[in-house]
Every structure is written in C-alpha cells, then in structure tokens.
Design a protein around this ligand. Sequence first.
Ligand code: HEM
Length: 530
Amino acid sequence: YTWPDPKLDELESQIYDLFGYNFNAFPGFPTAVNPCTLDFFDTGAANKNRSNAADWIRTAYHDMATYNTADGTGGLDGSIQYEQDRAENVGDGFNNTIRFFQTSLSRYLSVADSIAIAAKIAIEVCGGPDIPFRGGRIDATGPNNPGVPEPQQDLASHTAAFKRQGFNPTEMITLVACGHSFGGVQHSAFPDTVPLDDGLDDESLPFDSTPFTFDNTIAVEYIQGTTRNPLVVGANDTTNSDKRIFASDGNVTMKGFAEDPESFKTACASQFANMLNQVPSDVQLSEVIEPLPVKPQLPFLLFTGDGTLQFSGQIRFWNMSESSSRTIKLLWADRSGNTDASYTGVLSHASNWAGTNKAGQTTALWYKIGSLNQTQPEIDIDEETGISKFWFEVDEGDGSAVRTEDQNGAAFVLQDAVMLADSTCNNGTLVHIDIAVRSDANPSRVYVEYDVQVPNGPGTIITVDTADAALLQKGVSSTYDLWTVDLPKTAISTTLKAAVNIAADIGGNKVTTSYFRPFVGGQIGYKRCA
Ligand code: HEM
C-alpha cells in the first residue's frame, strides 16, 4: 500500500515493529509472549502449563468458530466479548486476552484485529510459521449465533461445525492439531476431563510435552502412542474429541505431520491464516500487509511563528543494516509542488535505533528527521513556501549509485494547511491546543479528533469524538491564522494511547495531521501552560 494510510500504518506497526526500537507497537504484543511461557494471569504453580500464547490462539479460534459460510455471519469479529457466558466458551482465557489489549484499542485497531494480531504473533514468536496478515476486521456490537465445537460432541457434529466454518475434514484435523500444539485442558474448566491432584487448587494438562512451543510434537506423540493429550487419552472417552478427529481419516494426516515437521508448519500456516480471515461477509479485509520499505512515523509540522515550520519525525528503513558510510538526505517539494536546491535536510541515526519482527535479529533501521545535534533537532521549512511532499536519497557511500526512495514516484504526501502551533500547552487537566491554519485555506471547520472507549455491556466500542476549534487570531504570521480549542484530559484518558489528531474541512475535503499525544512526554506540544 502507499503511505499514508492511518489504519494500515497502525496495523503494519503492530505486526512488524515488535522488537528492538519498537516504540510504535503498542501495547507491545511480544512482551507478553517473550518468553512463550509467560502467563500474565498465572495463579501459581498449579497453572504452569498455561500461557498467554495459548490463550490468544484459543481466543482467535473461539471468536472465529461462530462463522457461517452459508450466510456470511459470525467469524472473527470480536464478538467473543459478548459470548463468554456460554458453556462453549468456558474458562478465563478469553477475558485474559481481551483485557491485555483493551487499553490500546483505537479507531484503527479493533478488538477483532487485535485478536488476530495476538494469535499471529503468539504463533510466530513461539516457533511457528509466518502467517500472512490482512487487516480491517470490524467489531460486532453483540453476540453471534453459538457454534464453537465442544469435546463431548461426536465426530459428525464436529465435521459439520468445521464445514460451516469453512474447513473440510482434512483442514479440520490440521487446524485442531495446529491449535493444540499449544496449551492444554484445565481442571477448573473441564473437571471431568482433568482430575485434580491432591493439594492443588487447579491444574492444566498439556496436549503434548511442549505446550509453549509450536512444533509437531502433538502429532509425533499421538502417532507413537505416547501422547498424554487429555482429549485423546482422557478417562472419559466421550470427551476424547481430538482422538476422534485425528483418527477420522485413518490417521493419514497426523502420520504425515509426525513424519515431516515442515509439512506440519506449512499446513498450519495456511489453516491459521484461513482461521484469521473468516470474517463477516460485509467486512472487506485489506490485502496482505507487507512491511513498507520506507515508512515515516509521526512526521510532524510545528508552527513556530518565527517564519518557519519545524519538521520532525522518524523514518523506518526496512531491510537495512548498519553502515557507517551511509548518509540519507531528505528532500521536499513546496506547497506549489516545486523543488529547489535549498529544499533539503539531513536524517540522523544512532546505532541502537534498530528493530525487527523477529527476536534477536535486525531488520530495520530508524532515522530521525534533522540532526542528532540538539540545536538543530528538526528541519526548518519556510512557512511562505511550505511543503507538499517529501522523499529521500540514500547514499551508501560505497561508490554505488544514490538511491531515491519516493514510493515509486508518489513521494510521501504531507499537508501544511493545518498543524499544531508551539504555543500549545497543558495545565495537567486540560490541554490548550493551538492550531495554525493557512490563511488561504478557508476551512469550514477546524477540530480535534480523539478516540473514546465506550463500554457496551461486557464489551467495548470505539468511537471518535471531536472538539471544535475557534478562530483566535487572523494573520498570526504572513501565511497562517491561529485557532484554538481546550480539550480536557478526561476526554482522551479512556485510551492508553491518548492520542489526538487535528483536522480541518477544506473545500469539501478533510485534511488531518498525524496522531500525537498531547499529555505524554517525548512527543510534541505538551509543555506546561505558563
Ligand atoms: C473440535 C474442535 C475443538 C475442541 C473440541 C477443542 C477443545 C478444547 C478444550 C476442551 C480445551 C481446554 C480449554 C481449557 O481448559 O480452558 C482446548 C484448549 C485449547 N484449544 Fe481447542 N478445541 C478444538 C479446536 C481448536 C482449534 C481449531 C484451535 C486453534 C486453531 C484450538 C486451540 C486451543 C488452544 C491453543 C488451547 C489451549 C488453551 C490454554 O492452554 O489455555 N482448539 N480446546
């Protein structure tokens, strides 16, 4: 896709900026599955086979399992929030999962996409295959029809349930084996399947001897006859659903998985992806989100009133490794689209500004707009000529040709009609947001947008609220007027991200700035009011 696309930009960060210099990814899914034995809701040694990773994967399946291919209803839509009182959703793993990312939801990050991202990251970080990711799941506002398979049901009803969900019998065996590569069955949820050992409050019996890692042990132990899977060798044969499912094709599929770990991995990659992509028929998922080769993060213009616009932000270069000889130049076109030899500035880089989606690797380098030198930390743009787009020239300094990074000619578009003014301040309880608006823009409305989490029974709905700005001073500089709005901290404190953006309706179009965090340190426009 072409930057900027706020929703895809957010999702891209959530799946690629996971380790290292990863301030973007929020809440930081990998922190909960690195190591994969982590269990945030651990109640003691008795639960030692449980993990966040297993909870997240089971949550994705149970949310999806209401899908009905015939009428396009159900699927991965966050409806699990409203379905936890059902017998088919016994256990606290769903609530644990949703609680983890509840505070980071935004208009760009739905509950349903968060569930899908959590499962994808758990699988990938814990030894599993890469799962291609498509985004744009929309949250249901109430429950779907029931439909999650339960262990006491017979093979015919499981086959029918998976068919309804869009999986044929081989895919059913595959998806169950892939999912049950993680975690196990808990006594408290399934007391008949898992007896309680003396002296324990609760315990979980794993499906295989490696419940924290994706691997084909689930199949190897099953085929060898050494499995302790409580849904295969449980004392009550009625609830041995894995046994019935695994054996349903004469063990052909499980034998293949036991003999060839790579074939298991490949098969799981495609069935996990299918699971995450079963969404209601009125939801249109994006294309598979690939990492952007060059990605601006919070490119920001700040109106100073001294004749310049301060341009700051960070740029991520994917698939780049450290080099002391490299220099990267930023170039821009002015408001009229013209270029000039003077429209250029440096990007700076420090050696620990490296990140990746794989633990222990370096995949991307981060550069900052402006120099590292504190006296010139951003690039100053003449407010009279302004900016309309920017791009980069990468010189490896090794004699190879200088490379232009401009999104195949589209460049990186940046509007300069509305922006934060540096007179913005906060007094602890409200932020006094000053907005510079280009005098020739004639906006019909200038406003601030912010996300609000609205409780909806046991679930959450994200809405976008707005606060309108009023004109404060015409001609505050040669090119700009000043508008202002007061936003109480309570308005934006319902999301941990606490981010807002400035918008204006100009000539029938909506123009906006990036999301920024007026109350949180380290970003722009949050100084204390005098
Ligand atoms: C006929 C289909 C299935 C049945 C009857 C079934 C049954 C169960 C049961 C009884 C548990 C124990 C839950 C607990 O103790 O809280 C469980 C756990 C789990 N299931 Fe399934 N399952 C099925 C399919 C799947 C699928 C398709 C996936 C994912 C692809 C999956 C992923 C998991 C995971 C990861 C756990 C471990 C949870 C933990 O340790 O906290 N299951 N399953």
